[in-house]
Design a protein around this ligand. Structure first.
Ligand SMILES: Cc1cc2nc3c(=O)[nH]c(=O)nc-3n(C[C@H](O)[C@H](O)[C@H](O)COP(=O)(O)OP(=O)(O)OC[C@H]3O[C@@H](n4cnc5c(N)ncnc54)[C@H](O)[C@@H]3O)c2cc1C
Length: 375
């Protein structure tokens, strides 16, 4: 493999591991000035032999964290490549915000901005400074040695990786757990949400009865947050007690605008065709079903960080989030930096993801320069 130090002295097209066909072809094409069509043919042929494209820094994931990292890395002339994914983890390139309409709390947009539009702008900004964006999903990584090895989807059975990278920014995001109740597809984002902080202030929820599903600390926090806007908040708890800490549970149970319905689960959602207006709820003891008139349903049953790719290779916490050193994006593996929801179970906001993307880029930049100095 070409070393990090060697790679920094080569022009961009030559940054392949020296054993790969692409490296050899690139060198020959340049040296002997082969016509570009011939070079393209060579590249197509070499693709069949799985050349590993080597890069200094690669970003996996294309939400606010990944794009902010890309902007910083590209402006630092590190020529980052981003794998933005192809419906990776169930999300289109751009991530979770592509599944929502108005984002009202991202600074700089006093009138709010559509989630998809915000992500288009971030993508354009990443490209403006030279980020190479590849619309493919990384389906396998080997972090056991550097350069890190990456396989694009469809190539995971091959022994040779498709790509290698000295540093990685991992920003694959997370997804909220949902119950997919009957009617949910119709009313998702039209009365059903998984983020009280994101959506609680939206007019359709103001002064309306709302429901929260969940019995842990997050559910208690979300329910108490929603009392600012709602006429009343029902918390549906499947068991006969809350999992939340005693302090949070006490706050919830004492709140005048909250009713906790124990031994209760939602079984279906109803609405007027455009907005949610009721749930069917069922007693887990008697099985009896009743209707609960609510204009909002908020899931607070946990999130799934997108860490399957690195599980067993890097330190994760007991819920599967990547562990970072406090106040940084540094992980248990040198040269591997984590940003966004994949390492944050507390805030999970677009702006905090973007902030941690900036941290990852600066950490990666520092690490690469220190590494170059010592190699
Ligand atoms: C419906 C909804 C509404 C929201 N509203 C707001 C709001 O109003 N305000 C706010 O601040 N926050 C909001 N959030 C939260 C916000 O969207 C997230 O905190 C933020 O998007 C997290 O950013 P991220 O960069 O960590 O990753 P994500 O946005 O989760 O994006 C990760 C991306 O990486 C891609 N990816 C994953 N694995 C791979 C792989 N192996 N290879 C390549 N690509 C991969 C995924 O496909 C995805 O596109 C909302 C979330 C949801 C679901």
């Amino acid at each position: 493999m070409i070393t990090l130090e060697q790679s920094t002295h080569l022009p961009c097209e030559y940054k392949y591991p020296v054993h790969s066909y692409s490296f050899v072809i690139s060198m020959y094409s340049r040296l002997f000035r082969l016509p570009s069509t011939t070079r393209r043919t060579f590249h197509t042929l070499s693709a069949l032999n799985m050349p590993a494209n080597h890069r200094k820094v690669t970003i996996i994931g294309s939400g606010p964290a990944g794009h902010t990292a890309a902007i910083y890395l590209a402006r630092a002339n590190l020529e980052p490549t981003m794998f933005e994914g192809m419906m990776a983890n169930g999300f289109a390139p751009g991530g979770q915000l592509t599944t929502t309409t108005d984002v009202e709390n991202f600074p700089g947009f006093p009138e709010g901005v559509l989630g998809g539009e915000l992500m288009d702008k971030l993508r354009a900004q990443s490209e403006r400074f030279g980020t190479e964006i590849i619309t493919e999903t990384i389906s396998k990584v080997d972090l056991s040695s550097r350069p890190f090895k990456l396989w694009r989807e469809g190539n995971e059975e091959e022994s040779e990786p498709t790509d290698t990278s000295d540093a990685l920014v991992f920003s694959t995001g997370a997804s909220a757990k949902r119950m997919f109740l009957p009617g949910e597809d119709k009313y998702w984002q039209n009365g059903i949400s998984a983020c009280a902080v994101c959506d609680g202030a939206v007019p359709i929820f103001r002064k309306k009865p709302l429901a929260v599903i969940g019995g842990g600390d997050s559910a208690a926090e979300e329910a108490i947050y929603l009392t600012k806007y709602a006429s009343h908040v029902y918390v549906l708890v499947r068991r006969d007690q809350l999992r939340a800490s005693k302090v949070m549970a006490d706050r919830l149970l004492k709140h005048p605008k909250v009713t906790v319905l124990f031994n209760t689960q939602a079984t279906s959602t109803h609405g007027d065709g455009s907005l949610l207006n009721a749930l069917t709820i069922k007693s887990t003891i008697s099985g009896e079903e009743t209707k609960l008139d609510v204009n909002g349903l908020f899931y607070a049953i946990g999130h799934e960080p997108a860490t399957a790719l690195v599980k067993g290779q890097i330190e994760l916490d007991n819920e599967g989030y990547i562990l970072t050193q406090p106040g940084s994006s540094l992980t248990s593996i040198e040269g591997f930096f984590a940003a966004g929801d994949v390492q944050d179970k507390r805030y999970r906001q677009a702006i905090t993801s973007a902030g941690s993307g900036c941290m990852a880029a600066l950490d990666a930049e520092r690490w690469l320069s220190e590494h170059e100095a010592t190699e």
